[in-house]
Design a protein around this ligand. Sequence first.
Ligand code: FPP
Ligand code: MG
Length: 332
Amino acid sequence: MAWIQDKELTFWERLGSRVIRAGPMPRHIAFIMDGNRRFAEKLKMKTLEGHSHGFAKLTELTGWCLKLGIREVTVYAFSIENFKRSKEEVDGLMELARKMFTRLLEEQITLEKHGLCVRMPGDLTLLPQDIQELIAKIELATSQYNLCFLNICLAYTSRDEINHAVQELAWGVEQGLLQPSDVSESLIDKCLYTYKSPHPDILIRTSGEVRLSDFLLWQTSYTSLAFQPALWPEYSFWNLWKAILWYQVNHSALQKARDVYLAERKWQQLENDKAQVTEKLKQEGSPLRDPQARQLLLQDCRAKREERIQDFLQALERKRGDFLEKLVSASA
Ligand code: FPP
Ligand code: MG
């Protein structure tokens, strides 16, 4: 089965698509693909068959999103918690990933045609070595594509992601690249596994469960949440359509809340910078410098912080790149 299903939309789906495309469209949708095992049970199949149907639905979903002009999709494919399932199920899911990722590498021409960049956020070191190597090959082979993005979260939980980001920041301070006062919400954001993606506009969970299960907790403060009863393998174009319509109904309230948050964050950063300048002047023994001199110091403080942050982010990027390159060389 191809990773991107090019199946034509039906007449009614095309009509539905035109209706929602008249409104504000999401750029990025995240999915908790839940209900594979209940689907298997319902149809008296083996659990792993349920997961295979779940994978098939993912390929259908990427086709719908491309047709709707949604540039980015993030899916929760395997949480760190899922390692606690039976050995048979975990091994089966790993085997499915192995097969599908090998196939993905064989579909380079389609990936290039659609400009699809595939990323796999998560703690990859928890996965079997050969799967890590496949992931590294996929990420490096598609990193230049930028028309659309598929993020498959594997060995992922949000708390692990935040913990990992904090460790990266501590490393930056330890290496002398950052000062502790450089740490901010926006810098934490840039240290997450999902740092290259905008926060999702919509998060959809299927199967009627109403919880986030440690998925994208940091990234969803201003996201429209949709909990839908369909089991993941039964998910339809119309389920997606409804979730987008719900997002459009909430769009202006979400946008307003996000703008207020961004303005507050900017104000907070300015206050922190001012406090730093005051502290510096106090240390120099000249706390009452004239406003113009204070302004110059403030600008200097910002420029230096920006420079440190850029150097730190470049060092992080090199660290990530080296990790992937090493995996690819190990597989050669
Ligand atoms: C949740 O349903 C689903 C998973 C834990 C696995 C999701 C994986 C896929 C859809 C396949 C994707 C594969 C690749 C290679 C990307 P569940 O098992 O919790 O079902 P339940 O809620 O009915 O018990
Ligand atoms: Mg479940």
